[in-house]
Design a binder for this molecule. Structure first.
Ligand SMILES: [Zn+2]
Ligand SMILES: [Zn+2]
Length: 382
């Protein structure tokens, strides 16, 4: 496991970047003091709680759906009004401009856990969480190439050029104004601006630190990224980080319908509204293949060389699983197609396919269960 703190040698006092360092240290103190003062003077109102939740959600989503899934990974496309919305509210999160954030993030994906990863977990939990922003770090020479497409986007470059005034107006002035309209400018500034920025900072920072520290690795062990349900709740769905590192161009991070990923739902709603389009999804077969491959390499490491029948069992179960999925996906596609051409398809045919589909789903679930049970069995035996 990586260290909690970085090597002292890598934290050179002279390399401290004082502006973000002071901002990250002073703002939490100011937020707590102002919130206490506001509650003491005006009393906490439900309206102000609502302002916090609304501003937190809008700015958090602008980071996850905008900075991350739209601009860093191009997992979908957005029309101009949606881009403006995400760019303006994203600035209010005080996490730097889209351009800077996205290039850093692309470097993180390109060099995960390595020296050139701007927030490598191998330099310590606190470095990945917050320390990396407190130190002057030069981008590697190739970094500019990672932002070429963003340089061509006028909205991204406008936000980059005028980042600070936009961030101050959207992040501080707007919630203070709304607070003033609601009866307490101090409340708006304390809760809607300062406290909300601090809470969102650490919510986002957890993705770089905790999502590389705690959780499961269902798809790959080639890097430190992990899936963590609790973190998914805290980060608007970004907690499925193991999946995300392997399939970064997927607009979803939680791929099942029941996975807690409000960012995915927001993008989908925007698609229905005609604001977002070309949503990219990873092929289901590729996802299962990755899972099988990861489980297999772990299982094979456990199996003694002379246990040939165990390896044969692995072969048999994995091919059963892939076949069951193939059959299920084919029937699902056929069913969708028939349903779409309702008039042409006979009602009877639809019922038949639906029954076959249900059976194929059961078969797939059974194959998945057998696969999981055999893995557990191997762990127990070895
Ligand atoms: Zn990561
Ligand atoms: Zn990412």
């Amino acid at each position: 496991m990586p260290k909690l703190l970085s090597n002292t040698s890598s934290i050179d006092q002279r390399s401290l970047d004082w502006v973000p360092t002071l901002f990250l240290i002073i703002l939490p103190v100011v937020a707590v003091l102002l919130t206490a003062l506001y509650i003491y003077l005006d009393g906490l109102s439900w309206g102000m709680v609502g302002l916090f939740i609304t501003f937190y959600s809008l700015t958090a989503m602008s980071i996850t759906a905008g900075y991350h899934r739209l601009w860093s990974h191009k997992t979908y496309e957005a029309n101009q009004p949606l881009q403006w919305f995400l760019a303006l509210f994203g600035a209010a999160a005080f996490q730097n401009s889209i351009y800077k954030w996205s290039v850093d993030h692309r470097l993180h994906h390109r060099y995960t856990d390595k020296e050139k990863d701007p927030y490598s977990i191998n330099k310590g939990f606190w470095f990945a969480h917050i320390g990396w922003m407190c130190h002057k770090q030069d981008w590697p020479p190739e970094a500019r190439a990672y932002g070429r497409d963003l340089e061509k986007n006028p909205i991204v470059m406008f936000q980059h050029k005028h980042y600070l005034p936009i961030a101050i107006v959207m992040g501080f002035f707007l919630p203070t104004l709304i607070g003033w309209i609601m009866g307490s400018a101090l409340g708006g500034l304390a809760v809607g601006a300062c406290l909300r920025i601090v809470a969102l900072h650490h919510g986002t920072f957890l993705i770089n630190s905790a999502c590389h520290w705690w959780g499961k690795q269902p798809y790959t062990t080639d890097n430190t990224a992990r899936d963590n349900l609790i973190l998914a709740f805290l980060t608007f769905g970004e907690g499925y980080h193991n999946f995300h590192h392997l399939f970064a161009t997927d607009y979803r991070n939680g791929i099942r319908w029941y996975h807690w990923d409000p960012t995915k739902w927001a993008i989908k709603i925007n698609e229905k509204l005609g604001m977002a389009f070309n949503l990219k999804k990873t092929n289901e077969q590729l996802i299962l293949k990755a899972r099988i491959q990861k489980d297999r390499s772990q299982a094979e490491a456990l199996i003694p060389t002379y246990k040939i029948q165990w390896r044969q069992k692995l072969d048999q179960l994995s091919s059963n699983l892939e076949n069951a999925q193939k059959q299920f996906l084919e029937l699902k596609a056929e069913y969708k197609e028939l349903k779409y051409q309702k008039q042409a398809a006979s009602h009877q045919k639809l019922i038949e396919i639906r029954t076959e589909l249900k059976l194929a789903k059961l078969q797939l679930q059974a194959s998945l269960r057998q696969w999981g049970q055999f893995q557990a069995h191997l762990i127990k035996l070895t």
